[in-house]
Design a protein around this ligand. Sequence first.
Ligand SMILES: Cc1cc2nc3c(=O)[nH]c(=O)nc-3n(C[C@H](O)[C@H](O)[C@H](O)COP(=O)(O)OP(=O)(O)OC[C@H]3O[C@@H](n4cnc5c(N)ncnc54)[C@H](O)[C@@H]3O)c2cc1C
Length: 367
Amino acid sequence: MEIDIAVIGGGPAGATAAKLLSRAKRETVLIERNLKNEKPCGGGILSKAFKEFDIPRQLIKKRADAIRIVSPKGKTHDISLGAAFLAIVHREEFDAALRMAAVSEGAALLEGTLTDIQHVNGQSALTIKTAAGDTSIRARHVIAADGVNSMIVKKMFGRFPRRVYTAHEIHSVESESDLSGRCEFRFGSVTPPGFYSWIFPHKDGISIGTGSEHTGEVDGYLDGMLRDSGLSKGQRRGYFIPVWDGSLYYKNGVYFVGDAAGMVLPFTYEGIYYAMRSAEFAVAAVLKNKPGLYKKLWQEKYRKRYLLMRALQRYFLKNDARMETLVSLYDNPHIREASVRLWTQDDVKINLIGGFTALIKKYGSGR
Ligand SMILES: Cc1cc2nc3c(=O)[nH]c(=O)nc-3n(C[C@H](O)[C@H](O)[C@H](O)COP(=O)(O)OP(=O)(O)OC[C@H]3O[C@@H](n4cnc5c(N)ncnc54)[C@H](O)[C@@H]3O)c2cc1C
């Protein structure tokens, strides 16, 4: 079978790409290995995404209007998100709805697993394993949206992107009143270095988890967090989150988007919104038949933000003293307001980014 565009992976990145390509009347097949997949994820998305990507608000299971940050010594700040909020979605339902939006724009949806990809005569030759047997597809363009364990990246580059390992559990809690309306981020030596631990509202109670670049550390830290929260060990799920390095956009007819390209915002580790954004930019490049446009659009919009967030993460999450400083910074209302703007708004320009850089320099001295 020959096709114009094959999108591999039906998560937020792939489903968004398939929707926008089909809307532009390009022949698109969206290939997802498991239509009932529930991606391990906190499911937190900034509210602006619902308007920008025309996502039905019924998919919001819970909402957080504030975040709580907790320092190594237990200092706590509750920070209101102002007009924005963090919507909590259930990933199985959310991803299925995004795929259905692609189908209603005209995309074909195939349940199958990509098992091989070859570059042949300027096209991609794909082998797809389905319940009915193997199928071969030739595609002019491929969107690689197959997530952090991307077989396309592994096959074409011989490696996976750098990754952080996470573990989390869902707990039903008797009274959620303590957490409702808030997402909690904990910093310090109770969490692995370079990362944070989280307690988020979840459809079925709370999601509690943590992560580290050192796989072996994570379970012990999560055990400690559960003990601190008075919870006993439950059903644990582990999964990777990519670490952004900004190197992967396009090769040989294949556009890399979302987690497959490592497009997760450093420090906060938000990936859903940026997966959808990267898909949008890759689609613009496909439609103009200018592969270089994808990198250009992405860099214009997000490179500075990502570099800043990576610098903040590297500096502040280095040790307990710096994490204590980080939380103390939020005593200052200007810093609270500026952080919320930086986090929740896309149109924040260099002056704010410059302001944050100055802060790092100021607080960087002597520690
Ligand atoms: C524990 C945890 C918590 C997180 N919490 C948040 C959060 O609260 N907010 C946030 O914004 N981000 C969060 N993230 C990150 C977020 O989950 C990802 O960044 C996001 O899902 C990326 O979307 P994607 O479409 O690129 O990839 P994915 O959502 O991983 O989708 C990839 C899809 O490809 C399919 N697939 C894979 N291989 C193949 C194949 N060979 N053939 C066919 N299909 C294939 C998979 O089944 C999957 O459906 C979290 C991640 C983890 C691990």
